[in-house]
Write a protein that binds this ligand. Sequence first.
Ligand SMILES: [Zn+2]
Length: 372
Amino acid sequence: MMIPTVAQTVSSSLTLESIKKLKFAQKSEFLPTLNRRIDEFFKTAKRQKRDCPQFYFKVIILLFSLITTYILLVFFAQTWWQALALSIVLGLIMDGIGFNLQHDGSHNACSNIPWINKLMGMSLDLIGFSSYYWKIGHNVLHHNYINITGYDQDFEFGIFARKTPFQQWHPYHRWQHYYLWFLYGLYTIEWSLLRDFNNFFDRKLDHLDYPRPKGVELVIFVLGKVLFLTLAFAIPLQFHPFWNVLFCYVMTVFTMGLVMNFVFLLGHEVEKAAFLIPSQTTGIIEKEWAVHKVESTVNCSFNPFLNWFCGGLNYHIEHHLFPTICHVNYAAMSPIVKKTCEEFGIKYQVNPSFWHGVLSHYLWLRRLGKQP
Ligand SMILES: [Zn+2]
């Protein structure tokens, strides 16, 4: 895609209210046609959109692995290398919980029963992050305004990175394709220990003002933080010295952050994805909303295990078009989505493997790091 001039650089000083006023170009027959075909597919294949047995099987495996690994780490690890290995495994299982249980839960995609979705979404609080703030940042801002600079907060990495062509460039960004990998791990530590609290007390999330959680949401926020801090620090400190506990915490969350960023950024922060800003004349996004979702997203072919572990997030186009359908269905839905996109002349793009996706992200960062 074209790299814009400096004059087109966008600052991210928007409010939540102004963000919600952004309009897209008029709708075509694309989404109604696709919705119809997907509904027909579920009817003829006698599949369920939610409450799928494969999903609940995952829930059992991942929760069992989480509890077992935690117990081994806190109560049985004897040497530093056992603690390190178990911390890395724990970080990966936390990723699995996030990709599968929490992500589907927050989109109401697990079940037709609301409390099951709520419970799955709350698994994020268990692993250290607020499900309340995630829902605003992910469901509202990312899903509605994908790759739109200043609107999609997934691209806000402060002064450290230039991740869209419309963000301001700094000279040190010419090295961002080297140092950002390390920051991806650190970012999750900051998110877990500082950002949720900062958002709560400052009422700001990524430059935006947000309503504080109230009622049940406030109870979940407070209890979630108490539970996480108890599991991550209070219990381990009864049995191990402070520095050992801190080491295991950092390794766990660093691993989790690195892998989580890899998987999420392969869907959007790659060379083939489209990046837009509102038109300077009309003030709207000159693309239909559903078409922009497809063209700003890139799928990635994963092997069956990675596909299972990453909660179908490699079928990222299907996820953005049908976020309320359980991810175990995405692979089967994808030929219909691809065919319909082709019929309507919409780019349906796929990176051929996980490493192609990682390389594409590296090249994209390197390209944006050059002086515009
Ligand atoms: Zn999502």
